[in-house]
Design a protein around this ligand. Structure first.
Ligand SMILES: C[S@@+](CC[C@H](N)C(=O)[O-])C[C@H]1O[C@@H](n2cnc3c(N)ncnc32)[C@H](O)[C@@H]1O
Length: 255
């Protein structure tokens, strides 16, 4: 798959085909760039910059016109699990700067004849992605589910969450915040997914909490964990991929 093609101009609204491939970027750029430490730059920033400059996915994302290297993670998850097809309706949570949204737009042919659509939300301000509805807002805010449902205008086939709260450096606090995001995303997915639908969420090392995993297993026919090659080996990040939503439970009948 080629990206939206920065060099060839922005992606057309309406997707434009199923062209993304997540194969590892070429190895033509083998030279390692070293970043000198500067007085005003922290060591962690220097290391981050050095990693960015030497990361083939960063270069390839830029070359292909994806807004983030994260785009390759969704492309690779999709290659393995076949999640995104023309005509599907997708919600993308924690979407900025928009790499996953771009991939989803292309894969479902959003705005095209088959009725595919993509709605993305992020707490940060982000540039609109052609073909998608882009919302800014805190997904944990009370009004977020309704805003998303209104933008969707019906059920969703796929709910994606790549949300990650900024880390505090305090491991148990970070863990709790991440699990909270996934739990709320799952709660939302159970409300909006159509039977047979898919939920994909970023989780961290140790996989998924038992209660969360139990809920996923109860509500989906298949639950798997996957770390796509584009996810940095050193990072604790992994993804839970739940497919075959069994459908919303029947509300209790009032006597
Ligand atoms: C790893 S980035 C997502 C990258 C994106 N998938 C892409 O391909 O460009 C995680 C995002 O989650 C967002 N996020 C974290 N907490 C959020 C919240 N409560 N509501 C909405 N977005 C949130 C962050 O602002 C950040 O942009």
């Amino acid at each position: 798959m080629t990206g939206p093609g920065k060099k060839k101009g922005p992606a057309k609204s309406g997707g434009g085909g199923n062209r993304a491939t997540g194969s590892a970027p070429g190895t033509s750029r083998q030279m390692t760039v070293k970043v000198k430490t500067a007085k005003r730059r922290k060591l962690s920033s220097t290391l981050w910059l050095q990693r960015q400059l030497n990361d083939p996915y960063v270069h390839e994302a830029k070359r292909q016109g994806w807004r983030s290297r994260a785009a390759f993670k969704l492309i690779q998850l999709d290659e393995r699990f076949h999640l995104l097809k023309p005509g599907l309706r997708v919600v993308d949570l924690g979407a900025a700067p928009g790499g996953w949204t771009q991939v989803a737009v292309q894969k479902v042919q959003a705005g095209g004849k088959k009725g595919g659509s993509v709605v993305g939300m992020d707490i940060l301000e982000w540039d609109p992605v052609p073909g998608a509805i882009t919302l800014q807002g805190d997904f944990l805010a009370d009004d977020a589910p309704d805003r998303l449902k209104e933008a969707l205008g019906g059920p969703a086939d796929v709910v994606l969450s790549d949300m990650a709260a900024p880390t505090t450096g305090h491991p148990s606090t970070d863990h709790i915040r991440i699990i909270a995001l996934v739990e709320v995303a799952l709660h939302f997915a159970l409300e909006v997914l159509t039977p047979g639908g898919t939920f994909v969420a970023k989780v961290f090392q140790g996989g998924t909490e038992k209660t969360l995993l139990d809920s996923l297993k109860k509500n989906f026919t298949t639950v798997r964990h996957a770390k796509p090659p584009a996810s940095r080996q050193g990072s604790a990040e992994t993804y839970v991929v739940a497919t075959g939503f069994r459908g919303a439970p029947e509300p209790p009948v009032e006597e």
